[in-house]
Design a binder for this molecule. Structure first.
Ligand SMILES: Nc1ncnc2c1ncn2[C@@H]1O[C@H](COP(=O)(O)OP(=O)(O)OP(=O)(O)O)[C@@H](O)[C@H]1O
Length: 259
């Protein structure tokens, strides 16, 4: 077996075990986080400002180095020697699409990752087209990203990550700055993908709509891990972690996602 690219078929998409981290200034942001996400699950990562969500996400593809504990992606440990493969397996879509789009055309932006990984010719073209189709943006391949709407740019940013055929798609506030129609379209796209999803969000109705399971990260530890609806119906739990549902929103009667 190739020790870098192979992984046991039955390994979960993500296994975080005992992850602790302090920033160089000494601020301890994570205190022993344990989280397993199975293949094909869609999980919402909730928590108040400063809970440690971004810090956790930055460990998933090795941008930050674990102080202690381990992170595995489809069985492969996140470690310096595996970083290229880990970064292919963990696709992070950042909140601002403009952090991710920098080429003259949409096609070149989506091709950038797979081309850097060595894909060429018709194989590369096919990969780009497939990713653009997955987000409904194939008609825009020749357009400069800066001529697109914010919602379209976010979809292209998702395509740049899908083009790497990731094991897990990590989305940071995917619904932010989207109008209701774009929000709905992105939800439909995310539901249609055959990929594990970890979604960091403060948009609780969006989390309920898309993710059957949610975890609450609070003060650097996982404070709850449950079905999203059950968690949101527990008013005391929600209040104790500064999680507020929008006025009038009733999680008991809102739509349930399919797993
Ligand atoms: N570079 C840094 N140096 C020192 N402390 C940091 C640094 N980045 C974040 N922190 C601290 O680590 C803690 C966790 O921050 P983090 O950004 O992970 O929270 P978050 O849950 O993503 O918050 P938000 O919902 O506001 O995005 C906070 O107390 C924050 O002030």
């Amino acid at each position: 077996m190739d020790p870098v690219t192979s992984s046991p078929d039955d390994a979960p998409s993500l296994e975080v075990s005992g992850l602790a981290y302090a920033y160089p200034d000494g601020h301890q942001a994570l205190f022993g986080v344990n989280l397993t996400v199975g293949r094909g699950e869609r999980v919402a990562l909730l928590g108040p400002n400063g809970a440690g969500k971004t810090t956790l996400v930055l460990h998933l593809n090795g941008i930050l180095d674990a102080g202690s504990g381990t992170v595995r992606v489809a069985g492969l440990p996140v470690a310096k020697r595996n970083l290229a493969e880990i970064r292919r397996r963990v696709g992070i879509v950042f909140q601002d699409p403009d952090d991710q789009l920098f080429m003259p055309t949409v096609r070149e932006d989506v091709a950038f990752g797979p081309a850097s990984a060595g894909l060429r010719g018709p194989e590369l073209e096919e990969r780009v087209l497939r990713a653009l189709k997955q987000v409904g943006m194939e008609e825009y391949a020749a357009r400069p990203p800066h001529h697109l709407s914010f919602g379209q740019r976010r979809r292209v940013a998702v395509a740049t990550v899908l083009a790497m055929e990731p094991e897990i798609l990590v989305l940071d506030e995917p619904s932010s700055n989207l109008d209701p129609a774009s929000r709905r379209e992105l939800a439909d796209i995310l539901r249609s993908l055959d990929v594990t999803v970890l979604m960091v969000t403060h948009d609780l109705p969006y989390a309920l709509e898309l993710c059957p399971r949610a975890v609450i990260l609070s003060e650097g530890v996982i404070a709850a891990d449950d079905r999203t609806r059950d968690l949101m119906c527990d008013g005391k739990l929600m209040r104790s972690h500064r999680l507020e549902l929008p006025f009038g929103f009733d999680p008991r009667s809102a739509g349930v996602p399919s797993a």
